[in-house]
Design a protein around this ligand. Structure first.
Ligand code: E4P
Length: 213
C-alpha cells in the first residue's frame, strides 16, 4: 500500500515529500478553502513538488460543467487527477475523462456498488471514506475488504484509495484489507512514525554511549 497525503497545505506536503514516502496528494474543496489561496496556484505549487497523482476536485454538479472544469485543471500538470463525486453525472464525466486519457478519482464512495459503478465508468481510483462511515456507526474497514474482493474477483484495475482516515489503526487495517493507497492527514502520517519504545530506546542507546566515553 502506498501513501498519499490528504491536505492542501504546502508545508505539510513539503515535509511529507522530504520524508521520502509520499506517492501522491489528495485535496478537496474543504481542504483548499482552509488555505485561503487560489486553487490553481496551489495546484501548480503542489505539482512542482510531487510527481505522483495530485487529486483536484471539481465543484460543478452536472457532467458538462465537471468536464469543462476538469479539462482546465488537467492543463496545470500531467499528474493532476480529476476528483469527481460519486453521482450519475459524475460518472458520465469520468467516462469522458477516461476516453481523453485523463486520470480520475471518484470520491465520496460509501458502498461497494458505488465503487463497482465507478470502476466500470473507467475511474483510475475510487475513494471509500472510512471515518465518515464509522461516524454513523458503520464499519468503514469492512467496505475496503468488500471492494478489494470484488475488484480482485473481476480483475478490475481501478485502485482503491482508503480515505477519511482518522487514526493509525485505519492505516494498518486498510493495508491488510487490500487498499492500494491510504490518503492520510498530516497528523496521522506523523503518528505512524512514532512509538514510545522507539523514543525510549534511542534515549537509552545515547545515554549508554555517552557514559562509556
Ligand atoms: C479524500 O480524498 C478526502 O479528501 C478525505 O479523506 C475526507 O476526509 P474527512 O472525512 O476527514 O473529511
Amino acid at each position: 500500500m502506498k501513501f498519499f497525503i490528504d491536505t492542501a497545505n504546502l508545508e505539510e506536503i513539503k515535509h511529507a515529500h522530504e520524508l521520502g514516502i509520499l506517492a501522491g496528494v489528495t485535496t478537496n474543496p474543504s481542504l483548499v478553502a482552509k488555505e485561503n489561496v487560489s486553487f490553481h496556484d496551489r495546484l501548480r505549487e503542489i505539482t512542482s513538488i510531487v510527481s505522483g497523482s495530485v487529486s483536484a476536485e471539481v465543484i460543478s454538479t452536472d457532467a458538462a460543467g465537471m468536464i469543462a472544469e476538469g479539462e482546465e485543471l488537467a492543463k496545470i500538470a500531467p499528474n493532476i487527477t480529476i476528483k469527481v463525486p460519486m453521482t450519475p453525472e459524475g460518472l458520465k464525466a469520468v467516462k469522458a475523462f477516461s476516453e481523453k486519457g485523463i486520470q480520475t478519482n471518484v470520491t465520496l464512495v460509501f458502498t461497494a456498488n458505488q465503487a463497482l459503478l465507478a470502476a466500470r465508468a473507467g475511474a483510475t481510483y475510487v475513494s471509500p471514506f472510512l471515518g465518515r462511515l464509522d461516524d454513523i456507526g458503520h464499519n468503514g474497514l469492512e467496505l475496503i475488504s468488500t471492494i478489494a474482493e470484488i475488484f480482485n474477483i473481476h480483475g478490475i484495475e481501478t485502485e482503491i484509495i482508503a480515505a477519511s482516515i482518522r487514526h493509525p489503526h485505519h492505516v494498518t487495517e486498510a493495508a491488510l484489507r487490500g487498499a492500494h493507497i491510504a490518503t492520510v492527514p498530516y497528523k496521522v502520517l506523523m503518528q505512524l512514525f512514532h512509538h514510545p519504545l522507539t523514543d525510549q530506546g534511542i534515549e537509552k542507546f545515547l545515554a549508554d554511549w555517552n557514559r562509556q566515553k
